[in-house]
Design a protein around this ligand. Structure first.
Ligand code: GDG
Length: 467
């Protein structure tokens, strides 16, 4: 069996006891790595100032080597904050208005990808299978090919792929598309993303669909596939059940008393629709006076990317908005919104999901959204809560038992909250079961297997040869 080499911007390095950081992706990929043996390479998260980074730190655990490189301050600024998070992220989330193009940042992005390739290549053996993750590293395969690597290389995009009219506003869209053509398998979260990608190839005559999921572009043939990411469903369900006995979870439950809990969990990010959701909650309370004092909306929002100005501004906006709604609607014995602007432990999260009557997951655009899946997996089968889910999350293509909403439609979302809270038990159970059955079958291990099977099977096809 070939060794597996995973490359991602950040690497979930296990602690000294070999425990991987919580999170389905880290666990699933670690399991795949343990099976195949191999390497996980990425940025250490550290800066070397303006000095050339030291040789990579390598940490070996069992048959897995974690290889971490520092980046210079300029690299971090241009590649990570600049191009990845201020151009690719907003463009892929359809936010043309927030994209900040700069030639320096674009050059930094391609430069760091070349640097990654130069650090990775000496570690790679000819039979290794390489799996690259996410938008930070699109040009990596092209750089590795340039250095003569003939390995199977796959790419998975965790975020949405936009339509041509959106993508082509990006001055270097051609290089980004060309970059993807150097992979053997390019994976997306949903069929919608794959269609958008195919549309981008058709437009301007860049490439053709050959059938059977194969594409040709820039003189290369590769597979484009749909691999919706999952969670560790069974383990998370068990985890959530156990979490109910946790002291903090019990205290949280007591503090909410007889009220119904509506829960939202999102990184602080403009793609997650948090401000629209707070507006919808306010509308829901105003339209349903009987709910005043009887419902608590808990929004857990860890900070993220605070170095990027849009995120810093959003931090203030959300805090102010939650404060304003509480000031306007609250009573001496009732705080409608509990807003937590930091991360909470995973077991606490799991317990909170379980006693939440409504899970509110209303991104304006999301590749998949694992919170939606975690919320479903955490429910008590005998008394499950209701998922209110944005139709613009990748998860909406799978979780048909959710109440699907358009997050831009504030009244519609408010109405869905009311409907969720009054849904009869039988309907809740039916909806939950259909979603849970799906999630048990399509868990994160299956996602990992499906992708790697395609990447392995595509060996021997004309992927790495010019068409
Ligand atoms: C990208 C794509 C795609 C959140 N708050 C806390 C916490 N979390 C955990 C959740 C969940 C994860 O973070 C967030 O995952 P999402 O999928 O919701 O969103 P992104 O971070 O934007 O992820 C997304 C994903 O990649 C995978 O492909 O689904 O579309 O944007 O697991 O539980 N965990 C803890 N405390 C918190 O406060 N412990």
């Amino acid at each position: 069996m070939s060794r597996l080499v995973i490359v991602s911007n950040r690497v979930p390095v296990p602690d000294k006891g070999g425990i991987a950081p919580a999170g389905g992706l880290a666990v699933a990929l670690k399991v795949a790595l343990e099976e195949h043996g191999g390497i996980w390479m990425g940025w250490s998260g550290q800066s070397s100032g303006e000095h050339e980074p030291q040789p990579m730190a390598q940490l070996r655990q069992g048959n897995i080597t974690y290889a971490l490189t520092d980046l210079t301050d300029t690299d971090v600024e241009e590649y990570y904050h600049g191009f990845a998070n201020r151009v690719l992220w907003p463009i892929c989330h359809y936010r043309l208005d927030l994209a900040e193009y700069g030639r320096k940042e674009m050059a930094g992005y391609f430069r760091v990808n070349r640097f990654f390739a130069h650090r990775l290549a000496p570690l790679v053996e000819p039979d290794d299978i390489i799996w690259v993750h996410d938008y930070h590293l699109i040009p990596l395969a092209a750089e590795l090919r340039q250095m003569g690597l003939k390995n199977r290389i796959g790419f998975f995009l965790h975020i949405p792929w936009p339509p041509a009219d959106v993508l082509f506003t990006m001055p270097v869209h051609e290089e980004i598309m060309r970059g993807l053509s150097h992979y053997d398998v390019v994976g997306f979260q949903t069929d919608h993303d794959l269609e958008n990608f195919a549309g981008c190839l058709r437009r301007e005559g860049i490439g053709d669909e050959l059938g059977g999921g194969r594409f040709s572009a820039y003189g290369r043939v590769f597979k484009g596939g749909v691999y919706p990411i999952g969670i560790e469903t069974a383990a998370f369900a068990e985890f959530a059940k156990k979490a109910m006995t946790n002291k903090t979870v019990r205290k949280a439950r007591e503090s909410i008393e007889h009220r119904n809990l509506i829960i939202g969990v999102d990184r602080l990010d403009y793609s997650k629709g948090i401000t629209q959701r707070i507006d919808a909650f306010e509308r829901f309370v105003l339209a349903n006076p009987a709910q005043q004092g009887r419902v608590t909306y808990l929004q857990i929002t860890p900070k993220s990317r605070s170095e990027v100005p849009e995120y810093e501004a959003m931090q203030r906006t959300v805090a102010e908005q939650a404060g304003r709604v509480n000031g306007a609607l609250g009573a001496v014995d009732w705080v409608p919104i509990r807003y937590i602007n930091r991360s909470v432990g995973r077991h606490i999260l799991a317990g909170l999901y379980r006693f939440g009557k409504v899970g509110l997951v209303t991104p304006l655009r999301d590749g998949m959204n694992l919170v939606a899946k975690e919320y479903v997996a955490a429910q008590d089968p005998e008394d499950p809560g209701v998922l209110v889910l944005s139709r613009f999350a990748g998860a909406a293509r799978e979780l048909r038992g959710a109440l699907l909403v358009n997050p831009y439609d504030i009244e519609g979302t408010a109405f869905a909250m009311a409907r969720a809270l009054s849904m009869p038990l039988d309907e809740r159970k039916d909806r939950w079961k259909s979603m849970m059955d799906h999630l048990l079958e399509h868990d994160v291990s299956r996602w990992c297997r499906d992708f790697l099977d395609d990447l392995t099977v595509s060996a021997g096809q004309p992927g790495s040869e010019p068409a």
